[in-house]
Design a protein around this ligand. Structure first.
Ligand code: SAH
Ligand code: SF4
Length: 425
């Protein structure tokens, strides 16, 4: 979502005459888009800001802003800790950037972290440019009402909100007109989507997907991130019936211990999750399942951790993201009995060993198969193109740039650590 937001902010500032640059030395304004989900990500902001000190002494007109969830969570504190910052903007106020830019240009410092009542998407600049990369992100839902005990999202991104169906479809159409072939629908809780249709009736995510499926030129639809409790039957059916919906599902479980899941306020159990996965696999047997895991949540015992390993053995993940529990101020779990760092490290290592093995097996199983790949860019070698398979594996193949933007059948010949190699047929 930060990638999508960054793109939208860049577009908003382009209307003010800014152009993006790859080099901080060239910049008249630097916006650091930040993540608050774990402590490490949040602390990185201050070390990054420290690096800009010299730039500001060389160019006193340089403006520096912190945007994103750290901005939302820490507000004025950021300017207090690092006075070279001119601007602090939370995720719900990005549409105000052009106005804020004019204010900081004349020497004001601004902090904008309200949750305004207007819909920022209506005020963000229209997506411009004549041609776009073949794959694009699109936010359709923001915020979360679930309040898992470890998570800051409900506080930084606010209450759950879905964009209206017509706004989503017209944005997709305009992206497709600019060459986009694949859309990834984004939301902190994307499968809780309940956007209003034209007559005011609410659409489920599955209904939205079916509407997008009818758009000519759009070839692939993906969505992320989902919560197990919002995996409705119509969405599972869409994985069986909708040709454009890709066979990949990121469905975080966090833990395999029912005691821990309860304390996390996850409102699903290990059994309901496993049952859900088997219903999804029944609908779409080749679907690749991806997950998120937290080790060392307060009061997690060796037995609880063993339950998580057991769940992983049963599900067999093709992709995963795993984290040591990180204390987030203001969340309920922050106040509880903590697991030691040493235990967290050991558990993370063991968990990742198992997950990497599973990932390798799933990748290795692709060798000898023909898969469909959307080529997105040229590779590091001459005459090499890189794209993503239906299962979201990165695939390298020999071919010239006219393959970019096309979906081709590729025979997979080799599995590397994080990608596959193949031959276009
Ligand atoms: N909405 C999604 C995920 C949002 S955050 C869901 O409900 O699954 C992305 C991932 O970050 C989470 O799935 C979780 O695994 C991890 N995460 C969130 N808060 C964390 C914390 N305090 N410590 C460690 N990992 C955390
Ligand atoms: Fe955070 Fe996801 Fe739980 Fe919402 S559902 S609180 S975003 S982990």
């Amino acid at each position: 979502m930060n990638v999508y937001d960054t793109e939208r902010m860049t577009e908003s500032l382009q209307t003010e005459g800014y152009v993006p640059t790859d080099s901080v030395e060239d910049a008249d304004m630097i916006l650091l888009n930040t993540c608050h989900i774990r402590e490490k990500a949040a602390e990185k902001v201050y070390s990054e800001l420290g690096r800009f000190k010299n730039l500001k002494s060389e160019n006193p007109d340089l403006k520096i802003g912190v945007v994103g969830c750290v901005a939302q969570a820490e507000g004025e504190e950021i300017i207090r800790r690092q006075p070279l910052v001119d601007l602090v903007v939370g995720p719900q106020s990005y549409h105000k950037l052009p106005v804020l830019e004019r204010q900081i240009k004349v020497g004001e410092k601004r902090v904008e972290i309200d949750f305004p009542t207007e819909d920022k998407f209506d005020f963000l600049a229209k997506r411009t440019g004549v041609k776009r990369a073949p794959s694009a992100f699109l936010t359709i839902q923001e915020g979360c009402d679930k309040f898992c005990a470890f998570c800051v999202v409900p506080y930084t991104r606010g209450a759950e909100l879905s964009r209206p169906v017509e706004k989503v479809t017209s944005e997709v159409r305009s992206l497709v007109d600019k060459g986009v072939k694949e859309i990834t629908l984004l939301g902190q809780n994307v499968n809780a989507y309940h956007g209003a249709g034209q007559d005011g009736a609410q659409f489920t995510l599955a209904q939205l997907i079916w509407k997008l499926e009818k758009i000519n030129g759009l070839e692939r639809i993906r969505y992320t991130t989902s919560h197990p409790n919002d995996m409705t039957d119509d969405l599972i059916d869409a994985h069986r019936d909708c040709q454009k919906l890709m066979p990949y599902l990121h469905l975080p479980v966090q833990s395999g211990s029912n005691k821990i899941l309860k304390r996390m306020n996850r409102s699903h159990t290990a059994e309901t999750y496993i049952d859900l996965i088997s219903r999804i696999r029944k609908a779409r047997p080749d679907i690749l399942i991806s997950g998120d895991f937290i080790v060392g949540f307060p009061e997690e015992t060796d037995d609880d951790f063993e339950d998580t390993l057991e769940l992983i053995r049963q599900v067999e993940y093709g992709q995963s993201y795993s984290f040591k529990y990180s204390v987030r101020p203001g969340t309920p779990a922050a106040e509880r009995q903590q697991v030691t760092e040493a235990v967290k490290n050991t558990r993370l290592q063991e968990l990742q060993k198992l997950l990497v093995e599973q990932q390798k097996t799933v990748q290795q199983d692709m060798v000898g198969r023909t898969v469909r790949v959307l080529f997105e860019k040229h590779g590091r070698q001459i005459d090499q193109v890189v794209g993503k398979s239906d299962y979201l594996h990165a695939v390298h193949a020999s071919g010239d740039d006219d393959k970019i933007g096309c979906v081709k059948n590729v025979l997979i010949t080799k599995s590397n650590t994080n990608s596959l190699q193949g031959k276009i047929i």
